[in-house]
Write a protein that binds this ligand. Structure first.
Ligand code: NAD
Length: 255
């Protein structure tokens, strides 16, 4: 990896993605936050630049659109000439049993959580192959492994992300590209804080209600997921590819 590696984070404007922008910037990475919410992407990049004195920028990018992903990768390449790492994180979390779903629900989840993750990979892979070095981490979920009630299409897309990760690891290992997935358990992100607020539940209350989660008795903070993603991207994981790392405070073995 170069002295100042370049990392593209999709969904970098909020939650786990924003935590990655900050975590990677703190470790000397130049970071591109790509998010459908351009203002959020820019604010994440500006915060990281101010806090850690590295170069970072935010770009408007709807991962469901191939042209947006291609433009985000091109911007990084024009500015810095390389892309060392991708955090394929952008995703929508939307509930529904199969019988509750309609075409719009399918279209949103599949186009963002599956095709969008693949679009981001497709945009960065040529540069990584040319460098003969690339590190990709795709953000799946423990929902890919367990089946909580009423999340059918979401769970299906997150299982698909693990399938995509495996295929890319197989196809590009000899190109020097490592590809892994991470399955976070419940994480206190903007998504959950926003959803709770819509139900009239404050963040403080939400934290109280999530006490007792998993073996550690609490949900994750976004920076804890960013730390695990950073491990998979770093040289510390130089022989890790095709792996799925579960980061859930022990939820999947609690039963
Ligand atoms: N929070 C959890 O408990 C949890 C658990 C397991 C997995 N995950 C996964 O982690 C990822 C991040 O979740 P989060 O909780 O941080 O979400 P979040 O809603 O807090 O942040 C998601 C970010 O992605 C952006 N985004 C949404 N659609 C996009 C698109 N089409 N193109 C580009 N950006 C887009 C949003 O604008 C937002 O900035 C998702 O893939 C989610 O499925 C989250």
């Amino acid at each position: 990896m170069s002295a100042q590696p370049v990392c593209l984070v999709t969904g970098g404007g909020a939650g786990i993605g924003r935590a990655c922008v900050d975590y990677f910037a703190a470790r000397g990475y130049r970071v591109i936050a790509a998010d459908i919410d351009a203002a959020a992407a820019q604010s994440a990049a500006q915060d990281a630049q101010r806090r850690h004195g590295i170069e970072a920028f935010g770009v408007a990018c709807n991962v469901a659109q191939w042209a947006d992903c291609q433009a985000a990768a091109q911007t990084a390449l024009q500015r810095w000439g390389r892309i060392d790492a991708l955090v394929g994180n952008a995703g929508v979390q939307s509930a529904g049993r199969l019988l509750d779903t309609d075409d719009a629900h399918w279209e949103q989840l599949v186009s963002v959580n599956l095709k969008g993750v693949a679009n981001a990979c497709r945009a960065v892979l040529p540069a990584m192959i040319a460098q003969r070095d690339g590190r990709i981490v795709l953000v799946s979920s423990i929902n890919a492994l367990l089946s909580p009630a009423g999340m059918t299409v979401y769970d299906m897309t997150k299982a698909g992300v693990i399938g995509l990760m495996r295929s890319l690891a197989v196809d590009h290992g000899r190109d020097g590209v490592r590809v892994n997935a991470i399955c976070p358990g419940a994480t206190m992100t903007d998504h959950h804080i926003r959803a709770a607020a819509a139900r009239g539940v404050s963040e403080e209350d939400l934290r109280r209600r999530t006490q007792g989660y998993a073996l550690l008795g609490r949900v994750a903070e976004p920076a804890e997921i960013a730390a695990a993603i950073h491990f998979l991207i770093s040289d510390a994981a130089s022989f890790v590819t095709g792996a799925t790392l579960v980061v859930d405070g022990g939820f999947t073995i609690k039963g």
